[in-house]
Ligand binder design. Sequence first.
Ligand SMILES: Cc1cc2nc3c(=O)[nH]c(=O)nc-3n(C[C@H](O)[C@H](O)[C@H](O)COP(=O)(O)OP(=O)(O)OC[C@H]3O[C@@H](n4cnc5c(N)ncnc54)[C@H](O)[C@@H]3O)c2cc1C
Length: 404
Amino acid sequence: MYQILSRVAMDLRYTEQEQTFRAELRAWLADVLPSVAPEPHRDDWKNRRVWDTGWQRMLFDAGYAGINWPKEYGGRGATPTEHLIFLEETERMRAPYVGMNFVGLLHAGPTLVAEASTEQKAHHLPSILKGDHVWCQGFSEPNAGSDLASLQCRAIRDGDDYVITGQKIWTSFAHIADYCEMLVRTDTEVPKHRGITWLILPMDAKGMDIRPLRTMEGSTEFCEVFFDEVRVPVANRVGDENDGWRVAMVTLSFERGTAFVSEMLQSMELVRDLADLAKKVTRNGSAAWDDTGLRRDIAHLSGELDALWSLTKRNISEAQRTGFVGVGGNVFKLAYSELRQRLGELSLRLLDRASLSLDDVHELPTGKHVHGRIHALSIGIAAGTSQVQRNIVAERTLGLPKDR
Ligand SMILES: Cc1cc2nc3c(=O)[nH]c(=O)nc-3n(C[C@H](O)[C@H](O)[C@H](O)COP(=O)(O)OP(=O)(O)OC[C@H]3O[C@@H](n4cnc5c(N)ncnc54)[C@H](O)[C@@H]3O)c2cc1C
């Protein structure tokens, strides 16, 4: 597989223009970050919204909002490599990331750029870029996750409205969001991919019941959303009726190798922190770091992360030349998810009984490694499970028979 990937020529050097971009960004971050307040507690939703959207406004005012969005829609029009530099520098300087508006900035916004009407773009894009509106994604349902096209949440046309009845689940930040990018079933008589429509749902529409779910970490960012004859104007449809599957897939073409970059940079830091922790934790009278097996495992993970960083650059190099990241994106997602599981397991091994607490123990920074372990579980599920990634790599790269 790596042989197939390496056949694509790549250029991993930064141009002078890219280096200037990096230097300017670095200087701006150094200037503004000291004025950013500390991050609120993860379940303090009111202040988290202020914090996330406040940072977005700062990016907007400085010309860094919508880094890879086209200039004509208010973005910066950065190349994939500049986008990578942006993620690298913001992560390195510990700047806030997209936060609770990841759907608006990374998913719904780019979809609107590509597919929405002029009125829809004018209404929604500036408010996403300025941090005025937060979006969520209403795709998954109790019986439609990996097999998303099986979704059943029904929308029936009634004059100038669609009337929606059904349920969504795992809707991140539904209880905070102003709008939802939503997939609904508008035709039950045709093959499942052909009866889906993409709608802009205002989250204050009547007939909705939004119920936060508590995760195993104890946080409440996920919701179930129930719809009882919720009316959404036909004018809120993006694309044609029953063409929603294609519209949803368009978004993926915007993700040109940079999804999970921020995540991966955090993992690199987590590995470094784990090495530091190993020097402070004692086992049988000596530092855990004295254990050569543990040191080898930490070094192995660190080396693999470096390899994945090279794969990321290779994917971005391909995206810059061709406009698409190709199957390298799936290989990356799969390899990264598996690595995160092993990093999580190694953390637990080092923490021993301290891994039973989500809080720091013995005044050591143990809590973040326990949170990291739990978070790792979700990485292998979000944005396509590892099994689904394996199917894609098997079919599209290795030419194996299709999954039935
Ligand atoms: C952190 C996080 C955030 C999320 N945010 C959102 C959101 O904002 N909005 C939203 O709509 N959804 C969201 N989701 C939901 C996510 O898209 C789904 O969880 C995901 O698509 C998997 O669907 P499922 O949970 O129904 O699992 P299923 O699809 O039921 O899968 C169950 C198991 O079966 C395996 N499996 C399924 N099909 C196959 C196959 N063909 N071959 C082999 N194995 C298979 C899967 O790999 C998995 O192990 C989020 C999920 C996570 C973890």
